[in-house]
Design a protein around this ligand. Structure first.
Ligand code: EPS
Length: 390
């Protein structure tokens, strides 16, 4: 399975095309809208989120709520387009006297993107580098997520830290705290930490500053055997890391013990393999985070990502005017103070997509029953292997 997306932040719409879905798979736009709505939440988002109310329209690949195996086209209209029709018109010419973006923001794609594409107006970098694009990635990826959910896979996320404030909740508690996380303003499972995080965001906002943080994903119900050790580009840890690192603002990822593993002894780090009469082979710990050799091992997948603070600052850093070479301050634009809770929902989505692609590689088939039969056959073999004395 693969997909492409198109669309500018203040253009008419965002579009995604998915290729490779099995036929006969039930799909409703409401199931995707649910995740679009979750992505828009979170204390610290800017005024744009009050304008948008993301909804997906399904334009091809679906008939009477069932996939037909042809490319699935999804579209999300930008409500803000109404305010940008002149400046972002796909056709015609630039209105005389329109203001161009010429003060590149440190930390944003503005300068590097302007050099790469030889733009005069750095708005052209902003428009496509904007995290607005994650709306369509969530819609597309949620289709993969729905497919996984049919086979018992569940995907959770929570915010581990905002700036210096840390949540005390551990990854193993996350599935049990899912309802609390969904109703939290910051997707935080620790109420005390959440209050402090909100104060930290308010303080940053008052000081014209921004904040980043760490998010964690927990995925349960994955069969062992997704991904492969046999070739570098089939290793699922690398593919997941690449997908999550491609989310705007993400600067680091960890799987399981992650960076802490580097300081541990092998004997203290690796998860023993045990066998009990009756229950078969099991793992009493999960420091590997559900992946060994780039393959899922049947344990919950545990994945963390670090997001840097948003680069658009109300009190901007020094910059240089792109046209005159003058020393100036970076551009100030309407923006978010903190978007870590949204990034957590986006991370759920892009991870779901990578897992769904690996799932389809393992359980190929052009229609759903074919996929189900392959899954059933394989899980029976796994069960037999894990219970050798039965
Ligand atoms: C973004 C800047 C803000 C964010 C935007 C990402 O948009 P605007 O410049 O229109 O105020 O709100 O995120 C979204 C629109 C979204 O849907 O997540 C940026 O520069 O990356």
């Amino acid at each position: 399975m693969r997909y492409l997306t198109g669309g500018e932040s203040h253009g008419p719409c965002l579009t995604g095309i998915i290729e490779g879905l099995p036929a006969g798979f039930e799909l409703k736009s409401d199931d995707l809208d649910r995740h679009l709505e979750r992505r828009q939440r979170g204390y610290g988002r800017g005024a744009r989120m009050a304008i948008e109310k993301d909804r997906v329209e399904i334009l091809s690949g679906l008939r009477f709520n069932r996939t037909i195996g042809s490319p699935l086209t999804l579209q999300i209209r930008n409500r803000d387009w109404e305010n940008w029709q002149t400046l972002m018109a796909p056709e015609g010419s630039e209105p005389p006297g329109s203001v161009q973006l010429s003060r590149p923001r440190p930390g944003h794609a503005d300068l590097a993107g302007g050099l790469k594409y030889n733009y005069d107006d750095l708005r052209l970098v902003l428009e496509r580098s904007s995290a607005r694009e994650t709306a369509i990635r969530v819609a597309v990826s949620s289709v993969g997520r729905l497919l996984l959910e049919k086979f018992g896979v569940r995907i959770y996320s929570h915010v581990v830290s905002i700036g210096p404030v840390e949540s005390a909740a551990g990854s193993s508690e996350v599935p049990g705290l899912a309802a609390q996380i969904e109703s939290s303003a910051l997707r935080c499972a620790d109420g005390g930490a959440e209050e402090k995080m909100i104060l930290e965001i308010e303080k940053a906002r008052d000081q014209g500053d921004t904040l980043g943080g760490v998010l964690e994903l927990v995925v349960t119900g994955l069969p062992p055997g997704l991904g492969s050790h046999v070739h570098w580009d089939r290793r699922l840890d690398g593919r997941l890391a690449g997908a999550v690192m491609s989310i705007q603002g993400i600067k680091g990822v960890e799987i399981g013990s992650g960076f802490a593993a580097a300081a541990a002894r092998g004997s203290a780090l690796h998860d023993p393999i045990t066998i009990e009469e009756g229950s078969g082979i099991s793992r009493p710990s999960n420091r590997a985070g559900g992946l060994e050799g780039g393959i899922t091992n049947g344990q919950p997948l545990v994945f963390r990502a670090a997001m840097k603070p948003i680069p658009t600052l109300a009190k901007p850093l020094p910059s240089v005017d792109w046209k005159t070479g003058e020393k100036v301050s970076g551009a100030t634009e309407r923006s978010d103070v903190c978007a870590v809770p949204s990034a957590a929902v986006v991370a759920e989505a892009v991870a779901a997509w990578e897992l769904a692609v690996a799932f389809r590689e393992k359980f190929a088939g052009d229609y759903l029953e074919e996929v189900e039969a392959a899954y059933r056959f394989y899980t029976e073999q796994v069960e037999r292997r894990l219970k050798p004395n039965h």
